[in-house]
Design a protein around this ligand. Sequence first.
Ligand code: SF4
Length: 615
Amino acid sequence: MEDGILPGWTGRILFYDLSKRRARVWEYDGDMALRFFGGRGFAARILWDMVPRGADPLGPENKLVFAAGPLTGLPGPSTGKLVVAAKSPLTGGYGDGNIGCLAAVQLRRAGFDALVVEGASDRPVYLLVEDGKAEAIDADELWGLITFEAERRLRERHGRGAGVLVIGPAGENLVRYATVVSQEGRAGGRLGMGAVMGSKKLKAVVLVGSRDPEAAVPAELKRLAREAYEDIRSKKGYGFWMRQGTMMTVQWAQENSVLPTRNFSEGVFEEASSIDGYAMERAKIAQRGCPLCVMTCGNVVRDAEESPVEVDYENIAMLGSNLAIGDIRRVAVLNRLADMLGLDTISAGNAIGFAMEAREKGLLPDAPEWGDFDAARRLLEDIAYRRGELGGLLSLGVKRASEELGHEAEGFAMHVKGLEVTGYDCHAAPGMALAFGTSPIGAHHKDAWVIAWEVKTDRLAYSREKVEKVIWMQRIRGGMFETLVACRLPWIELGFDLEWYPRLIKAATGVSVTLDDLFELADRVYALIRVYWVREFGGWSREMDWPPRKWFETELTEGPYKGHRLDPNGYGRMLSWYYEARGWDERGVPRKSALERLGLGDVASALSGIVGLRE
Ligand code: SF4
């Protein structure tokens, strides 16, 4: 156990209680730093330790964590990110997301590795954190504003360099997939982190700092960072990435029959070329991205209403092909609207696609038809303001909406654990289905985007190799990158070598780690998140790790994988192998021995009073 804090970390976490309007600082020790690193690791530990079991996600007992990592704000590729986490009002389990923005850097410059907001205010406020101090400031005049306007006013007041995290009407109205937004298009926390902010009457967090975080060996870190940036710029795919960024994925997804189309009914879309990276390039007017990044992927286009909007693959797929809208500039309007309202673009696209299918099946006659842009536009606003029956229903997310509509609707509600599936159809991709099924927050691609590898291998196989690949990716993407906190895209998109990270960590913190050490840390964080869910749900069952029914029950009717669907027996086998490899029992509950091996003996003891732990 280390007593003092190590270089690289500030060693300080700010807690601000909105009920009492009081700040306190937790000076954590090196043991916490080394075992959980930061970002998702800190968030999971704080939520496990400090949010009581059964807390209402939208009540004052829930805590909202903004956590950076030991690399955040220091020189190094794509390290301008933070994690926002809380008990999720969408799923009832652990929820988090990351967001690349100035606020990440300013949190550290203000002297903290993390900010934890507790309690709830009785009137609208924003929280100003400035050089070690915090203050809640009345925000009556900001309440009700769209995110862009609220942020603009806060920047006028606190300076252009301030880090601002803000919610829109969706967060204020407690929409269960409201996000936290920054810099007009950067968004994070798709599991309703914006609603948690809204429940605390917290319109925004403003972060201002004047002191850069200190590295253990600053000159060495600067030198390494310079070399790393050069390495990224020299990669073969760099030029095309700078042209299209993640938007190149539309064409790839279409060619490989995984482009979500008409609520994940098909993997190909007849108008894909109207929403792909080339269509984006024709409408592109600017490019932007996160701090400390030299491969900025925020492509800004002029939308059909002549406004600028930053687009990426997930948004365009979920609000485009998934709704059968084949005009990128119109899809961009929906994207901008969602960002302005503070609504998660992925879940919103999923929910509207669900409603369109429900209309087709005669269950929701007032929902828009496929491809109806104007009706989809109106519905987005109705969801954010929870207006009308349909807006209110969809604001709950597709799991709850389908439960209200009945069994047939549950068959096409595209979610895992209550979180809406992101932009990859898995009728013919069992490995990616497992990645969605076992993601620690519900159906998200961020932990294991195994599909790019899967389509190049024995795609339709249900194999141990795929299980191992999912876990390997989860260790890197969901563990290492989410705790550091750094962007995974240099590695996944351009082949930036993972061995850079131990070197950067050593220069930043003085700590020698290997990739294996980081993978063990990742396993610890995964186990902790899993036991968090088990504690909240009073146990676990395999069905919780099961992909949506549609992928098993209906076949693709178009494209190269026509006639394919998932095999439940094959998936069940892979899930058992997954549990076995992680040291979890056949229910999906971590074994006592696995928790102890990861240094989570205290967690095992606490959990054993709730659910019987196997050895
Ligand atoms: S690659 Fe994109 S998401 Fe990653 S840090 Fe750069 S701008 Fe941000």
